[in-house]
Design a protein around this ligand. Structure first.
Ligand code: AVJ
Length: 327
């Protein structure tokens, strides 16, 4: 354990100042019509556990499809980039990243991994597990949001670096946020550094809708859990029994939308933010958008942000895409 801890560095970016800003995001979202919530509120420690369960659901194909692409191509990715430090946004349990860690173990350079997640609990557990599993690994865990992390990335420990963003989490960003995000990534990387991006692709809406309306109701529990999170974080009074999970594919916007629908007219309060608002019966709070991509369009967009696409991989159904670009 001593030697494992000597290979661990830990950085917490959740300053109190950032928490206040987060509260402002919540208020801003709930004052909009329709009401929205930033989707990182899914990921308190309990929400991250629900998400792990979602990944194993028969209806939720993205995780296992992306996993199969990585199983097939991880060593090709490592060959294309050569030895480099792996920096991952939204690493969670790092289950797919293990395939990359295996592939990058072939290099003589130390294996350097920097997982970044808002959920410090899952980050810590995963970090300790990985250090135990990979004796060559040096790990620098960063607890914080993507914005914080990209603006304050620790200096690279190796010559080269690859930023990894898997699971189509980029699809949770609105068009404006998406553009800002790509701009931040470009600024965070040096010329020659790599960006590995996993995206869910447009497909039959029935397949998409099933993935967000699973038979066991885990996605519903995950969605509702964001209200528990607000309750403990901001002294809220949300009653989860007075909301329903609602998810559908918006075909014009090419995005899944998840909402929580109020079953009654009710006033909700977030005491720590001195905020309250009224929800009409049937009114919804949009908790997530999950955009579905068209690969050729995405490649063009990345090019306009000065990312040179090196290779694109998909699965036999063309359900999911993995892109390797170079800054
Ligand atoms: C991993 C955040 C991209 O949008 O599909 C799963 C989250 N939401 N089921 C997604 C999620 C509902 C997931 N992301």
């Amino acid at each position: 354990v001593q030697s494992e801890l000597s290979r661990l560095r830990w950085i917490t970016l959740n300053s109190s100042e950032a928490l206040i800003r987060e509260g402002e995001d919540v208020i801003q979202g709930l004052e909009q019509t329709p009401k929205t919530l930033p989707c990182r509120y899914f990921y308190d420690d309990r929400g991250s556990q629900f998400f792990e369960q979602i990944c194993d659901l028969p209806e939720y194909y993205p995780t296992r499809t992306e996993q199969s692409i990585l199983e097939t191509y991880a060593s090709e990715i490592a060959q294309l980039t050569g030895a480099c430090e792996l920096v991952e946004l939204g690493s969670g349990s790092s289950r797919k990243t293990r395939l990359l860690l295996e592939a990058y173990s072939q290099f003589s350079d130390p294996l350097q991994y920097c997982p970044i997640d808002v959920s410090a609990g899952i980050l810590k557990t995963t970090a300790l597990e990985l250090l135990h599993q990979y004796p060559k690994l040096k790990l620098c865990g960063l607890a914080g949001t993507y914005e914080q992390a990209l603006d304050q990335l620790p200096p690279a420990e190796l010559e080269n670096r690859m930023l990894i963003f898997l699971g189509s989490t980029i699809g949770n960003l609105s068009e404006a946020e998406y553009q800002q995000f790509l701009d931040r990534v470009r600024k965070a990387l040096q010329p020659g550094e790599f960006f590995l991006l996993g995206v869910d692709l447009q497909k039959d809406p029935a397949i998409l809708e099933a993935a967000y309306n699973d038979a066991q109701g885990i996605t519903a529990a995950f969605n509702l859990n964001s209200l528990s999170h607000l309750n403990w974080r901001f002294q809220g009074n949300f009653n989860l029994e007075q909301f329903d999970h609602w998810a559908f594919y918006n075909t014009t916007e090419h995005q899944i939308e998840m909402h929580l629908r109020s079953l009654v007219t009710q006033t909700i309060a977030l005491e720590a933010l001195a905020f309250q608002t009224t929800l009409q019966a049937g009114e919804t709070i949009r908790t997530e958008i999950s955009r579905k991509f068209h690969l050729p369009t995405l490649v063009k967009t990345l090019e306009t942000y000065a990312f040179q696409p090196l290779q694109v991989w998909t699965d036999p159904n063309n359900w999911f895409g993995l892109l390797l670009c170079q800054r």
